[in-house]
Write a protein that binds this ligand. Structure first.
Ligand code: SAH
Length: 220
């Protein structure tokens, strides 16, 4: 009993409010993003042993050598997508992972299409989103390099693993006027980039240094 109450304390709304305050201090301005992150329990996406650390501003292990993205990165990438285009219809996510970023996106856009190359991770993520009653998400177990042509073009694409260069298929599946937020580069030297598709070309903004797990090929 005492233990579970302790657990609740560490994962309470008050703890999330502290996280939101920190995100504002770090420069996150989009109120909708902040509100949704305040109201979405992050600890349910990780193993119980780590749930008391769920609101720290750090990436934490989710198994299979992967990590849940730190809250600042989730907030920043979501904000970058939203500020570029007012309303987002279809959004493609590469790297479902534990599903936390998916859950934030699902509350802000019409539909999320999420691809993951490690099946057990995606299965777990699906369960968490189901528990939160987030049903506007479709899942695909595949290599994200291929995108998801059945539902292309996408108004936005978000990748939470870093390739050396932007996969061609993803560029092709981005709608004209759409934006992609993606980390690019080798380990330790990645930059977050935002790519906007214009009628005749792609515009690339290089934003800030980041550290992501590598974008791999094939399925596990
Ligand atoms: N936003 C997720 C990030 C997880 S880490 C979270 O917060 O949990 C990045 C994820 O991208 C991992 O789950 C990894 O398996 C996945 N990934 C890496 N390369 C991929 C690829 N080519 N296709 C699909 N998923 C990929």
């Amino acid at each position: 009993m005492t233990l579970s109450l302790q657990g609740m304390g560490m994962t309470s709304l008050r703890t999330r409010e502290r996280m939101i305050k920190r995100l504002s201090e770090q420069g996150i301005r989009n109120q909708k993003v902040l509100e949704i992150m305040r109201d979405t329990p992050r600890h349910i996406f990780m193993d119980e042993a780590l749930s008391s650390r769920a609101y720290e501003d750090t990436a934490l292990p989710i198994g299979y050598n992967q990590t849940i993205s730190q809250p600042y990165i989730v907030a920043k990438m979501t904000e970058l997508l939203l500020e570029a285009t007012g309303h987002l219809g279809k959004v493609l996510e590469i790297g479902t992972g534990c599903g936390y970023q998916t859950a934030i996106l699902a509350q802000l856009v019409d539909h999320v299409y999420s691809i993951e190359r490690i099946l057990p991770l995606q299965r777990k993520a699906k369960g968490h989103l189901w528990d939160l009653k987030l049903k506007n998400v479709s899942y695909l177990y595949n290599d994200g390099n291929l995108g998801w042509s059945d539902y292309a073009p996408f108004d936005a694409i978000l990748a939470s693993a870093a390739p050396f260069e932007i996969p061609q298929e993803l560029l092709q599946q981005l709608a004209v006027g759409g934006v992609m937020v993606i980390p690019i580069g080798v380990n330790g030297q990645q930059t977050l980039q935002r790519v906007t598709r214009n009628i005749n070309d792609y515009e690339v903004e290089i934003l800030e240094s980041v550290t992501f797990v590598p974008f791999l090929s094939g399925k596990e």
